[in-house]
Structure formats: structure tokens, C-alpha cells
Design a protein around this ligand. Structure first.
Ligand SMILES: *[C@@H]1O[C@H](CO)[C@@H](O)[C@H](O)[C@H]1NC(C)=O
Ligand SMILES: *[C@@H]1O[C@H](CO)[C@@H](O)[C@H](O)[C@H]1NC(C)=O
Ligand SMILES: *[C@@H]1O[C@H](CO)[C@@H](O)[C@H](O)[C@H]1NC(C)=O
Ligand SMILES: *[C@@H]1O[C@H](CO)[C@@H](O)[C@H](O)[C@H]1NC(C)=O
Ligand SMILES: *[C@@H]1O[C@H](CO)[C@@H](O)[C@H](O)[C@H]1NC(C)=O
Length: 357
């Protein structure tokens, strides 16, 4: 795979024009100024690119979130402050990456340090609120802001949001406020994706195998478990339509026929989100849920982390040495069999026991 392939050729053409400018004695300073403005505009709109060399030992940060009351009740003694559902960890691992857990409630420097050694971050789904101080959304905001800066400086840093994590990405891009930029809706079904006409122009689906697209389009294989949706109006009302490509990816419909954005990507940054759960078909087994486990569902859903891990392979960051890597990897923690305790997550990593509830 070659890097720089999505390089903005308008910017290239303009730099060639600028390079040839001294041939034209009549070009005024004003014209040069105009060209520079146009060049700056093209560069701003251009997709962030990466080096040719791929990193085949990617390490991905998975963000934890506040333990729910339900999960908390399963461990009354330990009083864990945060958790990561193991399904997200396994989904990343099965695509060829290792995981570092990222805890909530830390100062910005903690997130900066951890981002210095990893190749991308996954914002998992779940059920927390975005208004808790020092919580999931605050941690994600540090990461989101710093990832933009890294990318702007030519340091490729991808983010992928699933379900709640996808909604959070859009809300972070909208600016967090009292009114969260999403609508209440209801979707607890396995749904097909309705691809838009030009979905092949998206980064997410450009190279997706034909048979995977056929399954996603024609079979009910995307697992939906959400009470909020992002609709087109939420993107246009916050001026996000230009920066985020939704019209070129996919939609689904909720139980009341509301058409919601099923997948999204930022045009400039390697930031992606899906409203559905690519990890559940292979890794979540609560029998009262209707998650599809068919071979087609497993095959089609694995595409999403394959895609994201491939994006993270474009990042060259690494821990200074194996000892530092070992100290941070998720293998330092043992997942708990929460499914056997009635949780809808089959296994969870639990973090930071505290003294009081
Ligand atoms: C956070 O938002 C939820 C849902 O809107 C609300 O029930 C809760 O009271 C809010 N919490 C704080 C600390 O504002
Ligand atoms: C999201 O879009 C819906 C539908 O247009 C709208 O009612 C709602 O106010 C929007 N939310 C925000 C915060 O803009
Ligand atoms: C797939 O889901 C749609 C929308 O919920 C439903 O109308 C359709 O019957 C389902 N198809 C199959 C094959 O289950
Ligand atoms: C969207 O852009 C318009 C025109 O530039 C501006 O008036 C409006 O305040 C912007 N809205 C938001 C939510 O940023
Ligand atoms: C967890 O909280 C309970 C109730 O406040 C307390 O009795 C218990 O000692 C706490 N556990 C730990 C490990 O501190």
C-alpha cells in the first residue's frame, strides 16, 4: 500500500504554478498573495497523509468509561471506577493490534503521554453521560483535541468511535454544551446499511471487498443498541457537513422510521465512527439479546476493525522499549466474567478500585 495516495492534487497543481511563477514577469505580488490563500485553503481541506512505511506492530488505546450502577452492583466490595468491555479489546486484537487501556479522570498530561506511544484510539460504546466531570467525555475531548494537533503536524493519529463513542465524536466536533447534538431515538435491531450513491469515495469503504458490501447492504448484520441518533439535520445545524462525510457513507432506520447516520468520517482527519456495534457479533453472547452471530455477520463486521487497525498501521509511534510497552499493555489486567453475573457484557476489564461508592 502506498502512502500519500490521497494527496490533494489541487494543492500540488498550485505549488507547481507557484514554482513556475518567476517565468511570468507580470505576476503581481497580489496574484501571488491570492494563490497562497488558495493554496492554504486547499491544504486545509486536504486529507492528512502518512508515510509509505506501514507499522505492523500497532498498539491502540481503548478508552474506559464510568462503571454503570448495574456493573457496580456486581462488585460491591471493589468499587471499580471504570471499565472496558472486553469485546472491544478482542475486536482490535483479532485485527492484528495490541491494546493499551486509557483510564478516565486523569490530567491532560496523562493523555498526552499515552498518545505519544500508541497508534490510534478507540472510543467504545456504552451507557454513560457526557456531563460527568473528569469522565469519559472529558477524557475523549483531551484525546480529540490533541489528535487534531498531531495530525496537523503530520503525525498520523486515527480515532474510531463505536455507538456512544461515535455520538461523542460528533458532539465533540459540534462543541459540547447543554444541548447535546443528537436526538433521542430507538434502535435495538440488526439492520442493513443503506449506502449512499458515492459511498465508494469514502475512506472507510473505498477498498471494502464487494462481498462484504453485499452482506452489509442486503442482510441484517449491523447490531444496533442505541437510544440516541445523529441525523443529517444535526450535522448541518452545526456546520459539520463540510468537514464530516456522512452523505458518502451509510444510513439505517430506527424503530420509528427515523433515518440516522450509520457511519461517518472526517474528511481531513482519520477520524471515523459507526452507530452500530461491529464487535458484538463475534464477542457478546447475552442470550436475551438479539445480536446476530451468523457467519455473514461475523465476516462483514470484522471489516470495521480491520479497516481501523490498518489506519493505525500508518502511525509510526512506539514505546521506547519492550519493558515500557509491557508495563502499559492490557495484559496486565485480567478480564472478569461479567456475563455470568448478569451483565450484558460477557467479559469486562475493571479499573481503579476506590474506597467509597
Ligand atoms: C447529566 O445528564 C443526565 C441526562 O441528561 C442527567 O440526568 C444528569 O442529571 C446530568 N448530570 C449532571 C451532573 O449534570
Ligand atoms: C438535532 O436535529 C434535530 C432534528 O432536526 C433537532 O430537532 C435537534 O434540535 C438537533 N439538536 C441539536 C442540539 O441541534
Ligand atoms: C431486516 O430488517 C428489516 C428492517 O428492520 C426488516 O424489514 C426485514 O424484514 C429484515 N429482513 C430479514 C431477512 O430479517
Ligand atoms: C454555522 O455557520 C453560519 C454561517 O457561517 C453561522 O452563522 C452559524 O453561527 C454557524 N453555526 C454554528 C452552530 O456554528
Ligand atoms: C467499597 O465501598 C463500600 C461501601 O462504601 C465499602 O464498605 C468498601 O470498604 C469499599 N471497598 C474498598 C475496597 O475500599
Amino acid at each position: 500500500m502506498s502512502g500519500n495516495k490521497s494527496l490533494d492534487y489541487p494543492a500540488k497543481i498550485i505549488s507547481e504554478v507557484i514554482a513556475n511563477i518567476d517565468q511570468y514577469w507580470f505576476v503581481s505580488a497580489m496574484t501571488i498573495g491570492t494563490l497562497l490563500v488558495i493554496a492554504a485553503y486547499c491544504l486545509q481541506a486536504a486529507t492528512v497523509t502518512y508515510q509509505d512505511v506501514l507499522n505492523d506492530r500497532p498498539i491502540i488505546g481503548v478508552l474506559s468509561q464510568e462503571t454503570s450502577l448495574h456493573l457496580h452492583s456486581k462488585f460491591p466490595e471493589e468499587n471499580y471506577t471504570s471499565y472496558i468491555a472486553s469485546s472491544y479489546v478482542k475486536d482490535v486484537e483479532k485485527s492484528g493490534a495490541r491494546v493499551v487501556p486509557i483510564l478516565i479522570g486523569k490530567p491532560r498530561s496523562y493523555y498526552r503521554d499515552i498518545m505519544g506511544n500508541i497508534n490510534g484510539v478507540l472510543f467504545p460504546g456504552g451507557a454513560t453521560h457526557f456531563n460527568q466531570s473528569n469522565g469519559y467525555a472529558d477524557a475523549a475531548q483531551h484525546i480529540f483535541e490533541m489528535a487534531q494537533k498531531l495530525n496537523d503536524a503530520g503525525d498520523y493519529f486515527p480515532i474510531f468511535g463505536v455507538c456512544l463513542g461515535f455520538e461523542l465524536l460528533v458532539i465533540l466536533a459540534s462543541g459540547r454544551g447543554l444541548n447535546e447534538n443528537r436526538i433521542p431515538c430507538r434502535s435495538y435491531e440488526n439492520l442493513p446499511l443503506h449506502f449512499t450513491q458515492d459511498f465508494r469515495k469514502s475512506k472507510m469503504f473505498h477498498d471494502a471487498p464487494r462481498d462484504i458490501i453485499d452482506i452489509l447492504k442486503n442482510k441484517n448484520v449491523t447490531v444496533n443498541v442505541h437510544r440516541y441518533c445523529i441525523v443529517d439535520e444535526n450535522l448541518s445545524s452545526h456546520n459539520l457537513t463540510k468537514a464530516w462525510r456522512n452523505l458518502q457513507t451509510s444510513y439505517s432506520n430506527d424503530e420509528n422510521g427515523v433515518r440516522f447516520v450509520a457511519s461517518i468520517e472526517n474528511k481531513r482527519y482519520p477520524f471515523y465512527g459507526v452507530q452500530f456495534h461491529p464487535e458484538k457479533s463475534s464477542f457478546e453472547w447475552k442470550s436475551s439479546k438479539t445480536y446476530t452471530h451468523s457467519f455473514d455477520a461475523v465476516r462483514a463486521n470484522r471489516y470495521f476493525m480491520d479497516f481501523f487497525v490498518n489506519e493505525c498501521r500508518k502511525s509510526q509511534r512506539a514505546f521506547a522499549n519492550t519493558a515500557e510497552e509491557n508495563a502499559k499493555l492490557i495484559y496486565n489486567y485480567e478480564p472478569r466474567f461479567t456475563g455470568a453475573l448478569g451483565s450484558s457484557y460477557h467479559q469486562c476489564y475493571m479499573f481503579e478500585p476506590r474506597g467509597n461508592v
